[in-house]
Every structure is written in structure tokens, then in C-alpha cells.
Write a protein that binds this ligand. Structure first.
Ligand code: BGC
Length: 323
């Protein structure tokens, strides 16, 4: 019996060693910029940007902003994260960045306890971390750079009130139920419309931040609640998916409001398939996140809450001034 226990605990210990070793190795391999490379390219710092989903067009704009600021400040930026939105992958990447001892971390925030722990750990290791796009207000992050998501949701609710009359039966397509920014956009929206008896929220479905997911979510909502007159999409690709379904089901009367100003959404606003969208400034988020980390590294203080601009645009705004 004792022998079995010894074998069991030795096995456990060995696998623990292997796992920690792998994590360290992965962190170092992924994030290590050799001192020669550093000298050769004269990087002042090595930062990592961890998005919700690497190839998402919205996050590519955050990356562009970060890379442009990095050029100005002589910083090396790694852009690494989940291929498809996934909390575990996200946290793993964060863990590896800390293990790789980078000089600063920009990460999509949230309320996930594992993420909060890592924000605390980064601080403890002397690695400044800022949240972008989504905040973790209860964490030890150095700053948040991004939209005030509750307010942005509130703006969407106000737009619906302004643009419609009579009873409205609303379906919500949200990026991910888990994401703090998506929850805030739903809460803000509800707060704006809750006093109005003519507005009824019929249901909410998840798109998993993909266009095809938004198509499926909108389809489910419209099938379950055929009386729906308005659909609100809370992440960047949702409006395009919703508009596709509305067109397919010949519901040209559907009021569609979405988020962001990706090219497809703008084209749909021009074509009147999407009536309005809440703008964000992902490029500025990336740019300011790098600037903030540079300031922190240089011993300067930074504003902890840096809200980037947000407003509602409609077809008229596109004709007046291109966004
Ligand atoms: C949100 C991001 C999200 C993206 C997905 C944006 O509106 O701000 O958090 O990852 O949509 O497409």
C-alpha cells in the first residue's frame, strides 16, 4: 500500500514538474526576444497584446494601433491569443506572457477569476498590465483603455427609442454571455428602454462573436418569436449576421442596430439593412495602451480609466462624414 502511494505521489510530482517546465518553456520560447535581437533592433521594451480572438477584424484594428504606437516608441509588440474566442486559451496566453517575463501586457479584461489572479500575479512580478476593450475594474490592472461599455449599450437603447415608434419587440444577439463588455452593453441597453412600456425584450442569444454565430442566433430568435420587430447586436460582427437573416426572411421592416464600424457594417448601413451602429475606436485603444505602458515603464503616472470615444451613427452620418 505504502509503495503504491509512493509511486502515485512521485508520478504526481513528476507531472507537476513537467507541466510547470512546459509552461515556463512555452512562455520563454513564445515571448523571449534575445538580447542580441533587442540590441540589433533597438527595442526599448517587449510588450504583448492578448486579444479575445486573433483574426477578428475588430482586434486587428487594436493590433494596428498598438503596432503604430510601438514604431513611434521603439517597442516590440507580440500579438498572441486564441484563434477562436476561448477563455482558457486566453488565460493560458496571459500566463505564458508572465512566464516569458515580458516588459508589459495589454489584455482584454473581464471578470473571470483566473484572469484577475493573473493580473495580480503580473503586478507582483513587476510587469505592468493594462486592460483594453473590456475592463477588470476590481483587478490590479494599471489602467483600462477602451469604451465605456455600459454607456455604449445605453446609447444603443436611446437610439432604438429615437428611431422607432409604437410597440417594439426586441431580440438581442450578444457576442458571449461570459464577456463582461457584452453584459454591460446589454445592461446599459435595458436601462435605457426599461421605462418605456412600448418596448419589450423577447429573448437573447449568443453569437460567439462570429458572423455565422450571429446568423444562427438571429434565426433562432426570429423563429421562436416571430413578432420580433427589432434586433440589437452587441459585438462587431453581429449586425452583419442579423441583417443577413432579416433579408433572407424578407423582413425589410426589421430595425437592426449593431456595434462597430467594420466595412461590412458600414455597407449595410448605407444599404439601410442596418439602421444604426454604436461606434468604438479600437485603433485608439491599441495605440493608447502601448503609450500607457511606455509611460509606466518610464516611471510616469497614467490615467487609470481612459475611455475612448463612442457614439451612434446612422446613414446620414456616413453621407456627411466618412467614419
Ligand atoms: C467587442 C470585442 C469583441 C468584438 C468581436 C467588439 O464589439 O468590443 O470585445 O471581441 O466585438 O467581434
Amino acid at each position: 500500500m505504502i509503495r503504491v502511494k509512493v509511486i502515485f505521489y512521485s508520478g504526481l510530482f513528476l507531472s507537476f514538474l513537467c507541466a510547470s517546465g512546459l509552461m515556463l518553456y512555452f512562455g520563454k520560447e513564445t515571448f523571449h526576444v534575445s538580447s542580441e535581437q533587442r540590441k540589433a533592433e533597438e527595442f526599448a521594451y517587449h510588450f504583448v497584446l492578448i486579444p479575445e480572438e486573433v483574426d477578428n477584424a475588430y482586434w486587428r484594428l487594436v493590433e494596428k494601433g498598438a503596432r503604430d504606437a510601438a514604431k513611434v516608441h521603439g517597442v516590440y509588440v507580440d500579438y498572441i491569443g486564441p484563434k477562436q474566442a476561448n477563455r482558457e486559451e486566453h488565460v493560458k496566453t496571459f500566463h505564458a506572457a508572465i512566464a516569458g517575463r515580458v516588459d508589459g501586457i495589454m489584455v482584454q479584461g473581464g471578470e473571470d477569476p483566473a484572469l484577475l489572479e493573473l493580473l495580480a500575479k503580473a503586478k507582483q512580478k513587476g510587469i505592468p498590465a493594462v486592460t483594453v476593450d473590456t475592463d477588470s475594474p476590481k483587478s490590479s490592472r494599471a489602467a483600462y483603455i477602451g469604451t465605456n461599455n455600459y454607456y455604449a449599450g445605453f446609447l444603443a437603447g436611446q437610439a432604438l427609442l429615437k428611431d422607432t415608434s409604437g410597440s417594439q419587440y426586441v431580440g438581442i444577439v450578444t457576442g458571449r454571455f461570459q464577456s463582461a463588455n457584452q453584459k454591460l452593453r446589454v445592461d446599459g441597453f435595458k436601462a435605457a428602454v426599461q421605462q418605456e412600456k412600448r418596448i419589450q425584450i423577447m429573448g437573447i442569444e449568443e453569437s460567439n462573436i462570429t458572423k455565422i454565430g450571429a446568423v444562427e442566433a438571429a434565426y433562432r430568435l426570429m423563429k421562436q418569436h416571430p413578432g420580433i420587430t427589432a434586433l440589437y447586436g452587441t459585438s462587431a460582427l453581429d449586425a452583419a449576421g442579423i441583417a443577413g437573416v432579416a433579408t433572407y426572411l424578407r423582413r425589410d421592416d426589421m430595425y437592426v442596430i449593431g456595434f462597430d464600424t467594420l466595412p461590412e457594417t458600414l455597407a449595410l448601413i448605407k444599404a439601410e439593412a442596418v439602421r444604426a451602429s454604436v461606434t468604438q475606436n479600437p485603433y485608439e485603444m491599441g495605440y493608447k495602451a502601448v503609450e500607457s505602458l511606455v509611460k509606466i515603464k518610464n516611471g510616469e503616472s497614467v490615467e487609470p480609466l481612459q475611455h475612448t470615444p463612442t457614439r451612434v451613427i446612422r446613414k446620414n452620418d456616413l453621407v456627411k462624414e466618412p467614419v
